[in-house]
Ligand binder design. Sequence first.
Ligand SMILES: Cc1cc2nc3c(=O)[nH]c(=O)nc-3n(C[C@@H](O)[C@H](O)[C@H](O)COP(=O)(O)OP(=O)(O)OC[C@H]3O[C@@H](n4cnc5c(N)ncnc54)[C@H](O)[C@@H]3O)c2cc1C
Length: 294
Amino acid sequence: MKPPPFTYCDPESVDEAVALKSEYGNDSLVLAGGQSLLPMLNMRLARPEALIDINKIGDLQKIERRADILEVGAGVRQYELEDHPLVGELVPLLPEATGYIGHIENRHRGTVGGSLAHADSAAELPCTAVALDATVVVHGASGTRTIAAQDFFQGRMTTALEPEEVLVAIRYPVTPWTAGHGFVEVSRRVGDLALAGAAAVVNLDEDGRFTSVSVGVLGISDTTVRASAVESALIGEAPTEENIARAAKEIVPSVTSGDDLHATRAYRRHLASVVVSRAITAAVARAHERSNGK
Ligand SMILES: Cc1cc2nc3c(=O)[nH]c(=O)nc-3n(C[C@@H](O)[C@H](O)[C@H](O)COP(=O)(O)OP(=O)(O)OC[C@H]3O[C@@H](n4cnc5c(N)ncnc54)[C@H](O)[C@@H]3O)c2cc1C
């Protein structure tokens, strides 16, 4: 299958890309790693008049620490999150979750910004962005906007990005040294999109009780979900198996996906609480290791 005809543009700066976006608006699409866009073009699910290839824009390919923030450029390839020493040290949930994205070939082409802009509800990076309280940075003709990840994902493959804007970076708060993180997902085969998954970050006080819990859940709805009811049920509680399992059940009402080829809704409702419970349990184990100086 071949894509429909389009005008190809390869700007060398963000300003140039934004100017092209302003010129073509809704009739243009950004081309990043092409792992989702090229199949969509070939299947004629997308018919842009212009493709704006951002791969030559060096400013989008940086990973930098700025005080308590790790800023990752939109054009950074996903595999770099797995290998980059700063990422593993400052936001250790990211390399762990990224390893579940498709196959290594997809992660070598696919970009961090592309995954967020594509906004698949079963994707790992939107889920971690929500769990980590990340901020999405977008640039348009009227300047730069920042959007909390939770507000960025608005529905089925729909984001807060305006047609004339380009996603330029994602800002992740540096995870405190004493925090623990966990990522768990279940898919039918390695490399498949997950049936359900969860990312968790927890902090415990000196008595070992939860002082903060943040959980993102993928695959259960039109968009990635922040498990606020699960989080509230755990604050101030001891991280026992019973408390975690009871709180994890609070995710069930958020499971809105219906039956599909891969799973029934009833199975996903069960799976959602299982992955949430396992991700929190893994995060607690890490927090204990860290407080024991491991
Ligand atoms: C076999 C296979 C398995 C996969 N498995 C998974 C998986 O398990 N988990 C997962 O999360 N993903 C998976 N993917 C998709 C993932 O690999 C893609 O990388 C990701 O969805 C899109 O990133 P990209 O850089 O390739 O973006 P592209 O495909 O280039 O673009 C995707 C969309 O985002 C827009 N876009 C991209 N960058 C920007 C930007 N900077 N600003 C504005 N808009 C932008 C494009 O216009 C397009 O609409 C899989 C893909 C394949 C082919």
